[in-house]
Every structure is written in structure tokens, then in C-alpha cells.
Design a protein around this ligand. Sequence first.
Ligand SMILES: O=C(O)Cc1cc(O)ccc1O
Ligand SMILES: [Fe+2]
Length: 429
Amino acid sequence: MLTSSSPAYVAGFGGHIATEAVPGALPKGRNSPQRPAFGLYTEQLSGTAFTMPRHENRRSWLYRMRPSADHRPFVAYDDAKGLNVTLAGPLAPNRLRWDPLPDPGPETDFIDGLTTIVHNRAPSDLEGVAMHLYAANRERLDRVFVSADGELLVLPQDGRLELLTELGRIELAAGQVALIPRGVRFKIALPDGSARGYLAENYGAPFRLPDLGPIGANGLANPRDFETPVAWFEDRDEPTQVIQKYDGRLWATTLDHSPLDVVAWHGNLAPCRYDLSHFNAIGTVSFDHPDPSIFTVLTSPSGMAGRANVDFVIFPPRWMVAEDTFRPPWFHRNVMSECMGLLTGAYDAKAEGFQPGGLSLHNMMSGHGPDVETWRRASEADLKPHKIDGTMAFMIESCWPFEVPAEALGRAQPDYDAAWADFPKARLP
Ligand SMILES: O=C(O)Cc1cc(O)ccc1O
Ligand SMILES: [Fe+2]
């Protein structure tokens, strides 16, 4: 680990925070004083247009040792071979599933090990989402990563991460997730020497908590369980490479100092983390399997009310008590496109073949649901109260059908369709 002391956090989601790592660094009563304390530079980081309604407006004011504007031109960076959002040709309406990534080659850091599996839209549309996998066995603290294309949702599956961001430090273990706003630079320490997991990149509106409707004022992911780090900085005058994702590609420049030099900040645009075990799962206490929207942790709306650009949904441990009900997910065809991952355990719709670290894609209107084995067991089960435990699957659901780059298509399991082969035919009277 880079630093021995644990970072401190402030509780809440999207709240306005004021924090300084050096007393007196944060200006009082104004954002942009003529001479900020200690010769710091003032910078506004906008995550939404200046003119967004107040309740959707996200921005922070940063007080840093050097302005971000001080850098040389970016040049194309080609060493992250798996990061790919080019189209593979016509999109076939096939269901796809992937095993976990193989171990990365020697000395692969987080950036070079990124592998894009599915994506939709284009970053310059300001809509859509990409799902990358990461697998790293090398820690590089001499470079930082930043996506101008989207907000990053980091989902560790194995190995801890320490995210050293411009706005503070976040410790992250499997079962926790982090959100890093578009444009925030960070580097990654690997306390366990290696790590793997999922990285969803949201090109659209920043994730927010979903409305709760008749559920009421509490439930699902509660705001106070999100943790935002307090200001932290490093005063490091060493060459630091900045790798920026911009319009689907990577670009690099080298600074003569670390850009993680924000001494104080205030605002409501900041990274945060959330422990999925705090999710208050709500389900049926009578019959039928509710729509999975009931498990939405965060949502990024599209321009159409009720239709998400991206929903981040989880399938956590929970009690199943429904009477006279086929309890696993039903067979369905969905106008929304579903990309699923598994952090630990087994998923209740798939008896085999869907492994932790793997991924599946059920694109718009493709028929899917329980595999044959799951269907048989659930149809014959004695319906006592039953706890689904030791599992955490998640879904990145989007209104835009996902594309699959050629490399990812080549890696897909050869016969995923077999999951739904050989169902017995119904017998009519
Ligand atoms: O396809 C899936 O496994 C995800 C899913 C889960 C569920 O409980 C209901 C619908 C749905 O799409
Ligand atoms: Fe589904």
C-alpha cells in the first residue's frame, strides 16, 4: 500500500463537501479569490453543464499546486491493446457469454490490461456505456489515468485497490464499488500485488440514486452509505505520465510533477465508494418474481423519462419466500440490453458456465432466462423460505444495444445457446 494511514471519508451521496488537507488552503466566502492561500491555483471541475437544473448540477472547486492547464500536447498511446471500441461489423442478435480474462502477461498494469468486452453509442454522443475488464499484476505509481469519455464505475472482483484520486484516496475491496467522475485523474495502488475486476464507463448523465416511488423515503442504496474521501494530495516533482481516454482512444503526455496535487476542494462532484452489503434489498413477500429494477443501485437517465442510459443493478444475498412462484428470473425478452457480471458465488438463473469474473450479454429482445438445469430445479423445488447467500451478481442495463469488438467476439464461449437447448415440449390435454 502506498500510505499506511487509512483514508478518511464523508458520508452521503452527491452532497456538498468542503475539505482541506492543509489548514487555511480552502478560501472562505468565495470560490475564486484574487490570491488563493499559499499561491494555490483555483480550478472549477464541471461534471454537468453550467446551466443544468440545480438538483442535477455537479461541480467542484479545486485548489491545487499547479494548474491542470500546464501540460504538453497529448500523443496517441497504443500499449493498451485490449481497449477497443471500434465496431466489429453488423451486430448479430446472439446471446454471448465470456469466461474470466486469462492471467495478464508479465508486468501488466491496470491501464495496459484493460479489455473492452461490450460498449454502445460513442463517447462524443454523451450517451452510452462501455464495459471493460481489468486484470493487473503491476503497480505503476508513476502514471495516472483519466477518462474524459465517461464516469467510471470500478467493481473489484479479486484483489484490493487503492484509488489515489485528485480529490482523495479510496480503499476498495471486492464487494465494494467506486465511482470516479469524468475527468478526475487517479492512479492505482495494488496492495495485494495483483487485481482483477470490472470497469463500467458511463458516457452519459452522471449516476444518481433512483427514485423510490411507493417504497418511500428509505431503502435500496441509502445515501449515507456512500463515502467520499477528504482532500489528500502528493507533493511529488517526478515525471508523471498522464494517460487520458478521449473519444474512445488513449492519449499520453508527461508532466514534471504529479497532478494529484489538490490541497483543498469543495463542491458536489467527487469520487465515492459504496459497500454493496449495505444495499437494502426489497422483494416480494407474496408471489411472483419482481422486475429486477427493484435492485437498482444507481441510474444514469437517458433523455426519455423512465428509460435508463445505464442502470447499475445488483443481485445480492436475500430471502426468497414467494409462494406458488417460479422463483428464479423468468424467461424474457427485453427492449433494454443486459450485460451481466458476477463478483462472487453463483447466479440464481444459471446453474453453470457463468463464473466470477465472467460476463454475459443479452442484447435487446434476445430471449433468455433460466438455463435448463435451473428451470428443472426451480420447477420441482419445495417452496420453503430459502436464503440466496454468498453471491453478488450485477447488471449494467442500457437502452442502447451493445456492440462487441472483434477481439471480444473471438473470446466468447463457443456454445452459450446450449444453456437453453433441450427444454421438454409442453403437453397439451
Ligand atoms: O436476465 C437476467 O438474468 C437479469 C434479470 C434478472 C431478473 O431477476 C429478472 C429479469 C432479468 O433480466
Ligand atoms: Fe434478463
